[in-house]
Design a protein around this ligand. Sequence first.
Ligand SMILES: [Zn+2]
Ligand SMILES: [Zn+2]
Length: 343
Amino acid sequence: MKACVLHAPKDLRFEEIPDEVLGPGQVRIDVAAGGICGSDMHYYFHGGFGTVRVKQPMILGHEVSGTIAALGSGVSGIEVGQLVAIEPGIACGTCRYCAEGLQNQCLDMRFFGSAMRFPHVQGAFRQSITVDASQAHKVAPTVSAARAAFAEPLAVALHGMTRAGALLGKKVLVTGAGPIGALTVAAARMCGAAEIVAVDVAKAPLAAAAKMGADHAIDASADPDWASRYEASKGTFDVAFEASGNERALRSAIAAVRARGTIVVLGMGGDMTLPMGMVVPKEIELRGSFRFFEEFAWAVDCISSGRIDVLPILTDSIAANDADRAFALASDRSKAMKVHLTF
Ligand SMILES: [Zn+2]
Ligand SMILES: [Zn+2]
């Protein structure tokens, strides 16, 4: 079996790795499609982010779908040949946060293709992967492998909805319209937002945001003072989702949300300086949003039922033995949204 193994920045090899043992309660899956995520790109181009560094060869990838190839003993309710979306995280189930139902905050989370712990948890950009049966989520027969591979990023967007609370009738701002931002637009639409404004600095994300349901898509590179139009009466938006990780975008969101508004931050930026002189008197609630838990099954349902069409976000599907080209394309925000590897 071959896998996309990162040995050093920009040294990604599609190489042979040993087959895994299929244990009781597990399923073996022939991986079909895998989406390149921002974290994969940080590992590929920079060897990590912040203090998280790749210290040993690591298989990248956590946004994958595939077909069931074999069932371990004791597995029922799923058949060989079934297309599934693979849940990439396994929470420990016993820590204080797991006990509280906050599995995304698990103290001992094992998440595919993550260098957060050592030895690293190997990822899912590989021809075959063996996982717990509970990680394999069946999709409807009408769903393609490409659509199914969007379950993970859509779950991230849906967790943002959970963090935001009710959106029915609300005015919503989304800053950063890359894959997560664009899926956030679609999720907010589904959750009943009355008006959605998306902001980005690149053409491809703005076009995608419009397709995913944004009422207005603003190009901040051509219109840098856009937020000033939303500042009257202490601000316009009830809820903002910050999906760029960019300090200027978060500052604009702070200016453009109304008093007592909520800002859900999905984008992973570094340290930032924020106008607390606005956050405090406007009583803005700044909420982080990290990964997901029960939203994965919700995402699979949204894709299976067709309630959210994720395909407008897919730019290209490229064979895994040409992964360098796929990563180069994925990093070009003027052209690309989500790029898939195929196995
Ligand atoms: Zn991802
Ligand atoms: Zn736990």
